[in-house]
Ligand binder design. Structure first.
Ligand SMILES: C[S@@+](CC[C@H](N)C(=O)[O-])C[C@H]1O[C@@H](n2cnc3c(N)ncnc32)[C@H](O)[C@@H]1O
Length: 370
């Protein structure tokens, strides 16, 4: 039996700046960050007032390859700048670590750094900061930084990714347990749910422990992830998440003989969308952090970019999912079916949104290191 693949081997978003890139298709994530801004500001204010560090050391975990991560850094700098001015304090030096897995297209961000620095100097004056941007490739399910070396850790839309595909998604006889799906779907058997939930708890415990060791005492962390609302009673034709709809599109291609059934049955995404209660519980049980904010909010699948035209909205959402899922799906199903798959998926999303709302439930958590 093949060993389960780890995330370092399979996960990355579509790199570069082309039509299918994550850089061109990450507006939903940008909108999520903008909705999380008040909590970001509150967290930074409390952190800064607690400690006034001379050099503020920050990290964005799962920064990916779009301008979103530099936008975040700019928001942090601007907010700290306003706060320290109000308090008549000298501006701190900023050091920002950009983390993602080894296959991430870091170069795409590096190319944007000169204009980022230039803009900062132009707007804030020559001797501002300075601000140093550093890359830290590696798996955030484990240690990335030395002990007590960071003041603030941020992560957006990354920790719903698991460290691997759960190892036990096959029966004792070797048959696939999550047949016909690529993620935890509403009709997946209980054993599949348990396998994903166990992995989620294990991953998040390690994530929290590692971050707690890396943060200074009293250091802050804020993360936003996609979750699910288990209390909603779904209608017969509703899906519990967008991956399920993508899985249905693949299943239709299997029925038409365009994709082998075995490939679908053995494809499971390393992704789990927890309930808010599951997230809260894992933080409390791990015990390193005190929760200072815990919120949920909704964002539409297409971030309402499609100006009401359902066809355009379906296309928009399909492009956004393609930027995220294509590298993994191409490994499973082959490059050659990707165009067809995402064209069909765009139509499926449009039809779905005729009848139902397509929404992400976001879980936003801000914590303080004990
Ligand atoms: C959807 S992107 C979000 C990017 C960015 N934070 C944003 O909001 O635009 C998720 C990123 O998390 C990264 N990621 C997932 N699991 C990871 C892990 N274990 N360690 C480091 N990065 C990881 C992925 O490679 C991907 O680039």
């Amino acid at each position: 039996m093949a060993l389960p693949l780890t995330m370092d081997q399979i996960l990355c978003m579509n790199g570069g700046e082309g039509k299918a890139s994550y850089a061109q298709n990450s507006f939903v994530q940008k909108q999520v960050m903008s909705m999380a801004k008040p909590v970001l500001q509150e967290t930074l204010r409390e952190l800064y007032l607690d400690s006034f560090p001379e050099c503020l050391k920050l990290a964005d975990l799962g920064c990916s390859s779009s301008p979103n991560t530099l936008l975040l850094l700019r928001e942090i700098i601007d907010y700290i700048d306003v706060t320290r001015e109000q308090l008549n304090k000298k501006e701190p030096i900023f050091q920002m670590f950009l983390n993602d897995l080894f296959h991430n297209d870091f170069n795409n961000i590096f190319k944007l750094i000169p204009s980022f620095y230039k803009e900062l100097r132009r707007e804030k004056g020559g001797d501002f900061g300075p601000c140093f941007i550093v890359a830290m490739p590696g798996n955030f399910y484990g240690r990335l930084f030395p002990d007590h070396s960071l003041h603030f850790i941020h992560s957006s839309y990354s920790v719903h990714w698991r460290s691997q595909v759960p190892a036990n998604l096959v029966s004792e006889l070797g048959s696939p347990l999550n047949k016909g799906h690529i993620c935890l779907a509403r009709t997946s058997p209980r054993s599949v749910h348990e396998a994903y939930l166990d992995l989620f708890k294990m991953d998040m415990t390690l994530f929290l422990k590692s971050r707690s060791e890396e943060l200074v005492p009293g250091g802050r962390m804020m993360f936003t992830m996609i979750g699910r609302d288990a209390s909603v009673n779904l209608l017969e034709d509703q899906v519990s998440n967008i991956w399920e709809l993508l899985g249905m599109t693949i299943s239709n291609m299997v029925k038409e003989g365009l994709i082998e059934e075995e490939k679908l049955d053995n494809c499971n995404m390393p992704c789990y969308l927890p309930t808010p209660e599951e997230v809260r519980k894992v933080i409390q049980e791990e015990g390193s952090f005190h929760i200072t904010r815990f919120e949920t909010f909704i964002v539409s699948w297409d971030a309402e970019m499609g100006d009401g035209d359902l066809r355009a909205r379906g296309k928009y959402e399909a492009a956004s999912m393609r930027a995220i899922a294509e590298p993994i799906l191409a490994v499973h199903f082959g490059e050659e079916v990707m165009d067809d798959l995402f064209e069909r998926f765009a139509r499926k999303v449009s039809r779905y949104m005729e009848l139902h709302k397509g929404e992400y439930l976001n879980i936003l958590v801000s914590v303080k290191n004990r």
